[in-house]
Ligand binder design. Structure first.
Ligand SMILES: Cc1cc2nc3c(=O)[nH]c(=O)nc-3n(C[C@H](O)[C@H](O)[C@H](O)COP(=O)(O)O)c2cc1C
Length: 191
């Protein structure tokens, strides 16, 4: 089983990447092969809406997204972790999602789903955090992530959201977050 994790934050080793690492550790401990991609390190452009993928499902923009497409196609489970930047996932992560337009074309226009028709979707986990305690802090991101999960045949399942996590390292002081991320990662594999 291959579990792909996307780290949405540009802050290396920050709060959300720490959470992601715990989830991937749980998945690995349960027997999965795990891959982590730090999206801010990708040299890539946003979707140009050039329609180059129409009819093929293949993106024509030659940049670092080309190495991520096979991982997105072939993963068996998906983990996304992001801090909230102005009430949403980071722009770097959103750019990766937008570049999945070619995969949307493959699935919806060319009839090439990522799991066979009638089979269970690939399990997914969304983890997010922000510095404030705003009530609606995660709502825009939930909608965005649900949208990409549906497009990639990923089931939107557990979500782990943490408020008032701001300074680098705050997540490690949280009483339950790291254990919850680890357990959620394990459950992705063990069901
Ligand atoms: C550009 C920017 C925008 C932010 N916007 C929000 C926000 O809208 N709401 C919030 O609660 N925190 C916001 N924050 C705080 C971060 O979500 C918080 O510091 C988080 O712990 C960073 O996680 P990381 O270490 O994984 O990058 C923002 C931080 C930055 C740098």
């Amino acid at each position: 089983m291959r579990v792909l994790g996307l780290a949405g934050s540009p802050r290396r080793g920050g709060n959300s990447e720490t959470l992601l690492d715990r989830a991937l550790a749980g998945a690995q401990e349960a027997g999965a092969e795990v891959e982590k991609v730090v999206v801010s390190r990708l040299k890539m452009r946003g979707c140009q809406h050039c329609d180059g993928c129409v009819g093929t499902g293949i993106c024509v923009v030659q940049d670092d997204m080309q190495s991520l497409y096979p991982q997105l196609r072939e993963m068996n489970a998906f983990v996304v972790a992001s801090p909230m930047f102005f009430m949403a996932i980071t722009s770097q992560l959103k750019a990766v999602f937008d570049r999945c337009q070619c995969l949307w074309v493959a699935k919806y226009e060319l009839g090439q789903p990522f799991v066979p028709e009638g089979s269970p979707k690939r399990p997914g986990l969304f983890m997010a955090l922000g510095g404030t305690r705003f009530k609606h802090l995660f709502e825009p991101s939930r909608v965005i992530v649900k949208s990409i999960f549906v497009s990639l045949d990923v089931a939107y399942g557990p979500e782990l959201f943490y408020r008032a996590i701001d300074k680098n390292g705050d997540i490690s002081q949280h009483p339950t977050a790291l254990d919850e991320a680890y357990a959620a990662g394990r459950r992705l594999v063990e069901g």
